[in-house]
Design a protein around this ligand. Structure first.
Ligand code: F6P
Length: 342
């Protein structure tokens, strides 16, 4: 059996650990031959493959990024794209199936290709933790740790100057990183995409913390909308999927907070720092286990499905069930955190 592995969409700490897990189990237990596919679906469309053996994956579980490269290429676009062309390319290289490691966009493309007769198995990844079919996605824990460490640092400099510090974290549609890092760092306000707040509400909590002698810490997801905003703030154009590139809401909030409260305020955007570097131990273990189970799933011919974490078990979920609805922060989780605000 010959299997191609790709990583697609935004990168995420733990991608290499998945690749290592798949290759180690697949070669040792099942004698599968693997090829790496360069730069996500772009490599499938262009037939850009290279041999992936135990040698290529050694020591990889601690390494950030992806040795395969990634892109946001849509496999249905371009003259060589589409299921028929891809089937021919795979056949030409004697590749029996693809393991696609990616987020919502990648898995949606995998689902479509699978419906069109290509053997695809999915492994979910996203630092945002926005996929409903898995309890946690690898990358999220690392991002939360990085954001928490950054906020601990913002708090000490905020305390020294008696300033309000605004920390902007990633989270396009969901506020998991803001919620978890905000609770861990003891934030006084957490603003997430699921729960619009007015600038008055934000300032009231900032004033409350300040009046107790604290330097207020406001955490905001990039996808947060102030009450009345139709879309999340974006001034950086569109990405390859024609989605607005987010980032900058922190710089919108900071001057407004300063103007209304009179408290000197600074904003910090953590951005891609949250996606870089070594995965946490939790993410290494989760990613490795998903990789090991992906190798089993391929041997079982479980195409059209993805491996996922349910409780402490790795299970298989059909693409159709995994896609569609996002894993948003439920209201009760926000209310839990809100008890700590101000
Ligand atoms: O992976 C999801 C994400 O981290 C979002 O939170 C963010 O909007 C997006 O990726 C940014 O990705 P890029 O700048 O790589 O296009």
């Amino acid at each position: 059996m010959k299997i191609g592995i790709l990583t697609s969409g935004g990168d995420c700490p733990g991608l290499n650990a998945v690749i290592r897990g798949v290759v180690l189990k697949g070669t040792t237990n099942y004698n599968i031959e693997f090829v790496g596919i360069r730069d996500g679906w772009r490599g499938v469309v262009d037939g850009d493959f290279f041999p992936l053996t135990r040698h290529e994956v050694k020591g990889l579980s601690k390494v950030g990024g992806t040795i395969l490269g990634t892109s946001r290429t849509n496999p249905y676009e371009g003259p060589r794209g589409g299921a028929e062309n891809i089937a021919k390319t795979l056949y030409g290289h004697r590749i029996d199936g693809i393991i696609a490691i990616g987020g919502e966009g990648t898995l949606a493309a995998a689902d479509r290709l699978s419906n069109d007769g290509i053997n695809v198995l999915g492994v979910p990844k996203t630092i945002d933790n926005d996929l409903r079919a898995t309890d946690y996605s690898f990358g999220f824990d690392t991002a939360v740790n990085i954001a928490t460490d950054a906020m601990d640092r913002l708090r000490t400099t905020g305390d020294s100057h008696q300033r309000c510090m605004v920390a902007e974290v990633m989270g396009r549609h969901v506020g998991w990183i803001a919620l978890h890092a905000g609770i861990a760092a003891g934030a006084h306000v957490i603003c997430i995409p699921e729960v619009p707040m007015s600038i008055d509400e934000v300032c009231e909590l900032v004033n409350k913390a300040h009046s107790r002698g604290r330097a207020p810490l406001v955490v905001v997801s990039e996808g947060f909308k102030l009450t009345g905003m139709e879309e999340a703030f974006s001034d950086k154009g569109l990405d390859a999927f024609n989605r607005p590139r987010l980032g900058g809401i922190g710089e919108v909030l900071a001057p407004e907070i300063e103007r209304r409260t009179g408290i000197e305020t600074r904003a910090t955007v953590l951005g891609h720092i949250q996606r870089g570097g070594s995965p946490s131990a939790f993410d290494r273990v989760l990613a490795t286990r998903l990789g090991l189970h992906a190798a089993d799933a391929v041997v079982d011919g479980a195409w059209g499905q993805m491996v996922a974490l349910r409780g402490t078990d790795i299970v298989r979920v059909p693409f159709a069930e995994a896609l569609g609805e996002l894993n948003t922060v439920p209201q009760y989780r926000f209310e839990e955190a809100a008890a700590l605000f101000g």
